[in-house]
Ligand binder design. Structure first.
Ligand code: GLA
Length: 554
């Protein structure tokens, strides 16, 4: 049975992205961040008992803390990436889904007529000891270009401030009628595990941005606008990002993964992952190797990969004279830019898996011919670009600094090109599986599970050897998950620690979880009391919402 090709499946027309022009007067409903009226609009039936307790406790704590009711809650989830790792900043599509763990930013707006209006924004967290209360004056933010302290240790409030800064900047650019910041009382409740590569910080930036935007502009906020603004907001923390986390958090649809594309504009195509027979299940396992925040580790890790892939694209474009590449975010060309151009020039027409596979192989050959070594000094790279080392460093390493003497352009570029193909194959298989599988028996479905699993394993292999973003603990987790029946396992998110995601047949989920508990956690982390918080099955969750608390159904 041939899987429908993601290259021929009609893609929904991308929503309009605008940074410098106002939103259209009446965007279609599905393009807007929804305002919901009940927990069942947000969560699945199995999550509602827990969420109901959590939301009512949030309301009580808010009242106890601030002596008033919540005006509204901005909520955005974390995400897990199924496949397509470290390719979003090369503009290739990725396939994440939102997880049920989310961040709630509860807000009370105090109007200037209220005697309690004191020009302060009080920011508290339900985990008050870990995340102490911070108090700001609205006067601190009269200039939307205010600086956020991002030295060695980054305070939790910096993520809120990044969202606030983004809201002020974009409301100035887009809305002529933005109001000044009012007095606000805020209580944050985040359940996305931190330092686990599940995008806890992006979820906090995104929900803070959504909260402040809807305070100073209007609750009618276009999803693509929120995504673009959130990506730029995070840069205020010195963090570069490809946009996957924010897009997953905002566009997510319950029971669906999302095929997120970044060209010509950011857009998301939901791919249903439930309803298959046997069911596709996903298990997340946290290595408990902390993915430290990227403001601190970026110069040694994420930023280097960003620079390596950009320089590889620029050099390949020069070497094969494909013309100037479109510049991503004022930074440099992308590997997708090069790939599209070289395919077009050689007439490698796309539209089916075979021709795309051929094109990927051809491009990999070109990468190997161009970069004969795995390590180049900065001087050598500048020479290949035809510019001085000083100019190269100024252009590519000023905005997001790196600490490196040598760069590996060959292996990074190969990973990106091959991973993009794996991601397309995976989403195409998934789409055909969920469309056709109802009619298939369990044994007929096995080749699908095997094929999806193999793609995930190949992704892990490449992430580990070519992109070097894995670590021994992650490799060990993947090995154990497969030993106990996972069809495929791989690192998810930024990497160098954090979580793995495994694809598991429903009847093997308990085996895999028990195997991981016995062979990884019992020996390495006997101290863990809440084991179900570090290894758990997940189903895809809904994306960003606003909820007015008055009349909200708990
Ligand atoms: C981080 C970034 C994303 C993406 C992943 C790796 O999560 O924020 O944009 O690049 O790493 O796939």
């Amino acid at each position: 049975m041939l899987a429908p090709s993601p290259w021929t499946t009609p893609h929904p027309s991308p929503p309009p992205a605008y940074i410098s022009s106002p939103p259209p007067a009446f965007p279609p409903q599905e393009d807007l961040v929804p305002t919901v009226a009940s927990l069942s609009d947000i969560y699945s039936a199995t999550d509602i008992p827990h969420q109901s307790v959590r939301w009512s406790s949030l309301q009580e704590r808010f009242r106890a803390l601030y002596d008033r009711d919540i005006s509204f809650v901005a909520r955005t989830p974390g995400r897990v990436n199924l496949i397509g790792e470290h390719i979003d900043y090369s503009w290739f599509p990725v396939l994440p889904m939102a997880i049920p763990h989310d961040v709630l930013v509860a807000v009370a707006i105090i109007p200037s007529t209220d005697p309690a209006s004191d020009g302060r924004i009080i920011l508290s967290n339900v985990q008050a000891v870990k995340y102490p209360t911070r108090v700001f004056s609205t006067d601190d933010f009269t200039d939307p270009f205010f600086a956020i302290p991002t030295s060695q240790h980054i305070d939790w409030s910096a993520y809120f401030l990044a969202g606030l800064k983004g809201a002020l900047t974009f409301s100035r650019l887009c809305a002529t009628d933005a109001s000044p910041l009012p007095t606000m009382r805020i209580l944050v409740d985040g359940e996305v595990p931190t330092c686990a590569g599940l995008s806890a910080s992006s979820a906090l930036v995104c929900s803070s941005l959504l909260a402040v935007l809807s305070t100073i502009t209007t609750p009618i906020i276009e999803k693509s606008f929120l995504v673009n603004s959130a990506v730029i907001s995070e840069r205020a923390l010195g963090v570069n990002s490809g946009g996957m986390d924010q897009a997953a958090s905002v566009f997510a649809v319950r029971d669906h993964a999302l095929l997120i594309d970044f060209r010509p504009l950011v857009s998301a195509k939901p791919v249903r992952v439930l309803d298959t027979v046997p069911r596709l299940c996903f298990v997340v396992a946290n290595s408990l190797v902390s993915v430290s925040n990227r403001t601190e580790t970026g110069p040694d890790r994420y930023n280097i990969r960003f620079v390596e892939t950009t320089l590889a694209a620029e050099i390949l474009a020069r070497e094969y004279s494909v013309g100037r590449l479109e510049i991503r975010d004022g930074f440099g060309g992308t590997l997708r830019g090069f790939y599209d151009k070289i395919c077009e020039r050689n007439g490698w027409t796309m539209g089916d898996r075979e021709s795309e596979e051929r094109a990927v192989k051809e491009v990999v050959v070109k990468i190997r011919q161009t970069f004969s070594k795995d390590k180049y000094s900065l001087d050598e790279i500048a020479k290949m670009l035809g510019i001085s080392t000083e100019d190269m460093l100024r252009k590519y390493t000023t905005r997001f600094p790196i600490r490196a003497k040598y760069l590996n352009l060959r292996d990074r570029a190969e990973h990106v090109i091959e991973e993009s193909f794996r991601c397309k194959c995976f989403s195409s298989l998934l789409a055909s599986l969920t469309t056709n599988l109802r009619a298939l028996s369990a044994s007929e479905s096995t080749p699908y599970f095997d094929a999806l699993g193999e793609l995930m394993n190949a992704s892990q292999q490449s992430g580990s050897s070519k992109f070097e973003c894995s670590c021994p603990e992650i490799n060990e987790l993947c090995r154990i998950a497969q030993k106990y029946g996972a069809s495929g396992s791989r690192i998810t998110g930024t990497g160098w620690g954090g979580c793995i995601i495994s694809l598991v047949r429903a009847d093997r989920v308990n085996d895999v979880i028990d195997g991981l508990k016995r062979e990884y956690y019992a020996s390495r982390h006997p101290e863990i009391s809440q084991i179900n918080d570090v290894v758990f099955p997940i189903t895809p969750a809904n994306g960003a919402v606003l909820s007015k608390v008055n009349g909200f159904q708990l």
